[in-house]
Design a binder for this molecule. Structure first.
Ligand SMILES: Nc1ncnc2c1ncn2[C@@H]1O[C@H](COP(=O)(O)OP(=O)(O)OP(=O)(O)O)[C@@H](O)[C@H]1O
Length: 294
């Protein structure tokens, strides 16, 4: 039996459209299934916990990275694998795992039962599958999530572009801060820090390769710190981040470790898998092989 969790609102209604097509195929293939629809924030975690009581072959999310994150929180350290049929605007988790963005291909992958274990970033009460961003990133996520143009761009299949528009908006007013990071017990302090991205997987914001070396099954978190740049310098660096060559720039520092504690001279926003979760300070730790994915 497969348990489907559908966020009908994801991707500006794409979740609902994808589910209708997937339901048709599941019925044609005579696969036994249950389906539940999310109603708002954190509901997917509750549903996934309820579904875990059934002996399921997989809990399959039809939604974006926010819904996938909520379901992963419930499935961490269980034997039930997470399946994904992408229907969001960024779909970075699917990209990182090589899950097809096309619903039919993604569903066939779920039916293949080809499982693998992936690491999760642990942040207090919750987990992160892709990237947690502190500072500039947090502000961009906040603006992108509340922007009307996100819905409009999603309508044309250009959801990833909404992060670029928001980034340009935030660039006008954002002030870099002094940040201290303690990585595996060693302290680093940097001034004029635009952002600190802590990555479990290479991509975020619809395909930006922020930590190209990040692998989600190596038991390590990768950290990218961008500091000491003018606004114009940041903009030029941003373009290089799509192919990952920004890491060669002298104002970019890359660190790796198992745990990190991040403090700043004034509180800055923190986004995780694209949703705002808190402000700094924040502590993160890698949890090796915590989630089964199909
Ligand atoms: N029925 C619903 N109506 C509105 N919001 C919902 C509903 N169900 C869940 N949500 C909330 O929507 C948030 C965003 O969903 P999700 O990430 O799946 O889609 P998205 O934002 O369109 O995609 P992406 O994260 O790729 O940009 C979830 O974190 C969840 O809290």
């Amino acid at each position: 039996m497969y348990g489907f969790i559908v966020n009908q609102a994801s991707g500006n209604g794409r979740g609902n459209r994808v589910w209708k097509k997937v339901e048709k195929i599941v019925k044609e293939e005579n696969k036994p299934f249950l389906v539940r629809f999310t109603k708002g924030p954190r509901h997917a975690t509750k549903i996934a916990k309820e579904l875990s009581a059934h002996s399921l072959q997989a809990v399959v999310v039809i939604g974006g990275d926010g819904t996938i994150n909520e379901v992963a929180t419930a499935l961490a350290y269980t034997q039930i694998p997470l399946g994904v049929i992408p229907a969001g605007s960024g779909n970075d988790f699917a990209r990182c795992l090589g899950i097809p963005l096309q619903y039919r291909k993604a569903l066939l992958r779920v039916f293949s039962h080809d499982q693998k274990k992936v690491d999760l970033l642990h942040l207090g009460q919750r987990y992160c599958l892709t990237v947690t961003g502190v500072g500039f990133d947090g502000k961009v996520a906040q603006i992108a999530n509340g922007a009307k143009y996100k819905n409009w761009l999603n309508h044309f299949g250009l959801g990833g572009l909404s992060y670029v528009v928001s980034m340009l908006e935030v660039l006008r007013t954002y002030q870099p801060t002094k940040i201290s990071l303690t990585v595996n017990g060693e302290k680093f302090t940097l001034s004029d820090v635009w952002l600190v991205a802590v990555a479990n997987a290479p991509n975020y914001a619809g395909g930006i390769s922020i930590c190209p070396q990040a692998v989600n099954n190596d038991g390590l978190l990768n950290i990218c710190i961008v500091h000491g740049l003018t606004k114009w310098g940041l903009l030029r660096l941003f373009l290089r981040a799509y192919n990952g060559t920004h890491v060669l720039h002298r104002n970019v520092r890359i660190l790796t470790g198992k745990e990190v504690y991040i403090q700043s001279d004034k509180p800055v926003l923190v986004q995780s898998d694209g949703e705002i979760i808190s402000e700094s300070p924040i502590r993160m730790e890698i949890k090796e092989g915590a989630l089964n994915v199909v």
